[in-house]
Design a binder for this molecule. Structure first.
Ligand SMILES: O=C(O)C[C@@H](Cc1ccccc1)[C@H](O)SCc1ccccc1
Ligand code: NI
Length: 183
């Protein structure tokens, strides 16, 4: 099972690479890895598992975070409208996005970043993402607000981007004109 020891931390080169597409249909090895990533995210939301294995709670994980240079990401969370998102995705791609932005008023964190980085992280408020699921299905996901933030945070990891790259260096709490908080 994946634990925090498997997660590389900022400064590790894996976090700054553009990950490679996964050949589909996925190999048994790639499927197993993505299943383990999804299981990690679920485990990280279970108090007993967190206590037993020292996990940090998370809502997503991207393969580069476990030093695997492949375009695979896992998310597991329920949004503010109680809609559940639980996916292991291969080769996710944003195919359209809003002009409008959103952000978390608390800022963002990252399982690969062992420090607080203050500031707002502006992200597209709505995105349409296509990907292939663990079951080999092509899906088109229309995501908004918190869900859009989570999926963009994970997709960034596949492109070597960290959340704090989006924070305005001079004014960390500056926002674009059309930004609405997701929380
Ligand atoms: O490091 C990761 O990719 C997992 C992050 C993803 C994330 C961070 C900020 C905003 C959205 C997604 C972890 O989930 S950070 C911990 C966390 C837990 C619950 C809600 C938001 C962030
Ligand atoms: Ni992260």
């Amino acid at each position: 099972m994946i634990t925090m020891e498997d997660i590389v931390r900022e400064g590790h080169p894996a976090l700054r690479k553009t990950a490679e597409n996964v050949d589909l249909p996925p190999s048994p090895e790639d499927r197993k890895t993505l299943e383990e990533m999804l299981q990690f995210v679920k485990n990280s939301q279970d108090e007993e598992m967190c206590d037993r294995y020292g996990l940090r709670p998370g809502v997503g994980l991207a393969a580069p975070q476990i030093d695997i240079n492949k375009r695979m990401m896992a998310v597991h969370f329920t949004d503010t409208k109680d809609k559940e998102y639980s996916y292991g995705l291969f080769n996710p791609k944003i195919i359209s996005h809003s002009v409008e932005y959103t952000y978390l008023s608390t800022g963002e964190g990252c399982l690969s970043v062992d420090r607080e980085v203050p500031g707002y992280v502006p992200r597209y408020r709505r995105i349409t993402m296509k990907a292939t699921t663990l079951d080999g299905e092509e899906v088109k996901l229309r995501l908004k607000d918190f869900a859009a933030i989570v999926f963009q945070h994970e997709l960034d990891h596949l492109n070597g981007i960290m959340f704090y790259d989006h924070i305005n260096k001079d004014q960390p709490y500056a926002l674009p004109e059309n930004a609405t908080p997701a929380d």
